[in-house]
Design a protein around this ligand. Structure first.
Ligand SMILES: NC(=O)c1ccc[n+]([C@@H]2O[C@H](COP(=O)([O-])OP(=O)(O)OC[C@H]3O[C@@H](n4cnc5c(N)ncnc54)[C@H](O)[C@@H]3O)[C@@H](O)[C@H]2O)c1
Length: 320
C-alpha cells in the first residue's frame, strides 16, 4: 500500500515583497511550491515580480498592503478567510531606515520608523493569527536586523528592531499553545536597494566589521527565513537567529585584529626602510596599505588600515 504523503500547498504571506530581501523570500517559497501573497506599497514592482513568477508557472499574487494600515490587514485576513480559510506562514519583512542620529531625528521620522518596523508586524500578527491558528502548525518570521542585537548609528532603526525582537518573543509565548511558532531573523548587511541607497562607503566599511568579510546576498537570508518557517525548525520559537557573517559574535575583535595586523605591517615596513634606507623589496608603502580598498588585499591579510576602517565605520550611519 502506498501511503498518502501529499501535503497541502502552503499559503504564505510576505510583506515588503516587491524588491530586495522580500522578493527573494517570495521567490524561494514559490519555487518550493507555496502559494504566495506578495504584499507591498510598491505596486509596479510588486506586480512585475508576481507577473514574472507566474509566467514561470509559480503561484504568486501581488496585493497592495501598507503594513501600517489596520484596514489593509483586515482586508487581507478577510480575503484569506474566504479563499483558503488559513495561512501557513507570515513573514513580516517590510522595513524602512531613517539614517539620522538622535539629535537629527524628527518626531515624524521616529513615528514613521516605529510604525513600519514595529506596528506593521504587530498588526500583521494580530490580524493573521486566526488564519495561522487554523493552519497550525504554522509560523511567523519577523525580519529584524543586527540593529536589534547591538546598537547602530540610527536610533529610530535600532529602537524599532530591538522592539521587534521583544515583540517576537512575546508573541511566541502567546501563540505557542495555538501551534504558531514565532521567530526573528537578524541579518547584517544585505545587498538590496536599502543598502545601495546608503551613503558612499557604507558597504565597504561594513565588510571590515563582518568576520566573513562580505555582505549577504538576499537569497542567503531568504533561505534562513524559509528554514525558520519550515517544519525543520519545528522546535524553534521565540528564537533570535543572527544571520550576520559573525558580526555580533566578534565584529569588534575582528576589526581589532585587522587593526593590529595593519600596525605590525606598518612597523615592519618602517624598520625595513630604516635598515635599508630605501623601500625594501616586497614591502608595501604604508600609504598604499592605508589607501588601498579592501577588495584589493582580501580578507585576513591584515593589510588594510584598521584605524581608517574604524574611522569610516564610526562615521558611517550604521552597520546593518
Ligand atoms: N539590507 C540590509 O542590509 C538589511 C539588514 C538587516 C535587516 N534588513 C531588514 O530587511 C528587511 C527588508 O529590507 P531590504 O534590504 O530588502 O529593503 P528594501 O528597501 O529593498 O525593501 C523593503 C521593502 O519594504 C517595503 N515597504 C516599506 N514600507 C512599507 C509599508 N508601509 N508597507 C508595506 N511595504 C513597505 C518597500 O516598499 C520595499 O519593497 C527590512 O525589514 C530591513 O530592515 C535589511
Amino acid at each position: 500500500m502506498i501511503a498518502n504523503t501529499s501535503v497541502p500547498r502552503r499559503i504564505v504571506c510576505v510583506t515588503g515583497a516587491a524588491r530586495g530581501l522580500g522578493a527573494a523570500i517570495v521567490r524561494d517559497f514559490a519555487r518550493q511550491g507555496a502559494q504566495v501573497h506578495a504584499c507591498d506599497v510598491l505596486e509596479q514592482e510588486g506586480g512585475d515580480l508576481a507577473g514574472a513568477l507566474r509566467a514561470k508557472g509559480l503561484d504568486v499574487s501581488f496585493r497592495r498592503l501598507d503594513v501600517t494600515q489596520e484596514c489593509d490587514w483586515k482586508a487581507l485576513s478577510e480575503r484569506l478567510a474566504t479563499e483558503s480559510g488559513r495561512l501557513d506562514v507570515l513573514v513580516n519583512n517590510a522595513g524602512i531606515i531613517i539614517r539620522k542620529p538622535l539629535a537629527g531625528t524628527t518626531r515624524e521620522d521616529w513615528d514613521r520608523a516605529l510604525a513600519v518596523n514595529v506596528t506593521g508586524a504587530f498588526l500583521g500578527m494580530k490580524h493573521c493569527r486566526a488564519m495561522l491558528a487554523r493552519a497550525a502548525p504554522s509560523a511567523i518570521v519577523n525580519v529584524s536586523s543586527t540593529a536589534g542585537l547591538i546598537a547602530h548609528g540610527d536610533p529610530s532603526y535600532t529602537a524599532s528592531k530591538w522592539a521587534l525582537r521583544g515583540l517576537t518573543k512575546s508573541a511566541a509565548l502567546e501563540f505557542a499553545p495555538q501551534g504558531i511558532r514565532v521567530n526573528s531573523v537578524h541579518p547584517a548587511t544585505i545587498a538590496t536597494p536599502l543598502t545601495q541607497a546608503a551613503p558612499a562607503g557604507h558597504i565597504a566599511a561594513n565588510r571590515h566589521a563582518i568576520p566573513l568579510g562580505r555582505e549577504a546576498s538576499a537569497e542567503e537570508i531568504a533561505a534562513v527565513v524559509v528554514f525558520l518557517a519550515s517544519e525543520a525548525a519545528s522546535f524553534m520559537t521565540g528564537s533570535e537567529v543572527a544571520a550576520d557573517g559573525g558580526l555580533t559574535t566578534g565584529g569588534v575583535a575582528h576589526m581589532r585584529s585587522q587593526f593590529q595586523a595593519g600596525l605590525a605591517e606598518v612597523a615592519h615596513h618602517g624598520a625595513s626602510v630604516a635598515r635599508d634606507g630605501r623601500e625594501a623589496d616586497g614591502t608595501r608603502d604604508p600609504r598604499s596599505i592605508r589607501d588601498s580598498p579592501r577588495g584589493e588585499h582580501g580578507a585576513g591579510q591584515g593589510l588594510h588600515d584598521g584605524a581608517g576602517d574604524a574611522r569610516r565605520a564610526r562615521d558611517d550611519p550604521g552597520t546593518r
